[in-house]
Design a protein around this ligand. Sequence first.
Ligand code: ATP
Length: 306
Amino acid sequence: MSTLLDIRDVSKSFRMGGLFGRKTVNAVMDASFSLSMENPEIFTVIGESGSGKTTLARMILGLEDPTEGEILFRGQKVDRKAGRAERLKFMANVQPVFQNPFEAFNPLKKIERYLESTARRFLDTSDKAVIDRAMDEALQKVGLSLKEVRGRFPHEMSGGQLQRAAIARALIPNPPLLVADEPVSMVDASLRMSIVNLLKSLRDDLKVSVIYITHDLATAYYISNRLIIMQRGRIVEMGDARTVLDNPQHPYSRLLKASVLSTDDAGDGKLKTDPEMVRLAAESVGREGRLVDRPDGRSVRIYEGA
Ligand SMILES: Nc1ncnc2c1ncn2[C@@H]1O[C@H](COP(=O)(O)OP(=O)(O)OP(=O)(O)O)[C@@H](O)[C@H]1O
């Protein structure tokens, strides 16, 4: 089986502060996983705020270089300092979808202008008919059309429609991989599922793999093939999404699951977290441990003496 994306022992740390009081933030520590070319999947990265999800996404997109380890896309090292042509080729293959569609679009520009410039850039043409066709095809893939979008400004569309348009923009170069960082968190709850279902259909119908970054366990459960759970920069559990979320093994994964209000508890607004669970999850912070493969196919981080 050939590898689409290979994350090999990747770490990223940031130096902060001046000469005195310098501090290092270890945003991602020793992450490894890979995606195959033959089996498109939705690979989800879950974790609370500050767990390193966006940093991981930025490295996959080639916007940030790892401090250690390497990332390979179709066997080639992802390198922020690559030449322009190489970079453009890479960007055509690995496209981002951002959290806030209203920020992705310039409010003063019609939506089609943004799509147009993407088409011009990646298709390397200024032929209007070719560009229009590429835009329409991409918009059709997300349930819109050029006719519907033409002439409209971002504020003239709903958040859900605009996120679709943003995904259409990402699809123009026909990338095999999308990196979607919290793509539904700014979209109205009522429209969220339609975007989640769209990601699913991109995988199933167009064979596009998606790195889906979220802190929302419900949508993760619904669409993911595999997932990783990150705690303060470290992968603490990885495996088939349902296996992990049905029966999480790492204390932090358990806490995450329990922190979601279950319908049983919704009545009195109580969370199903007990202090012991919080204590156990907190205990693993900053500890290296090691990811151990289990017979059920998942990997769980364990600690000496635990
Ligand atoms: N450019 C940077 N300079 C310094 N520290 C950074 C930088 N980018 C991220 N960090 C730090 O790295 C850690 C991980 O941040 P990151 O944004 O990757 O987490 P996240 O899981 O995506 O969080 P969120 O869900 O809030 O976006 C945080 O402690 C953050 O403050």
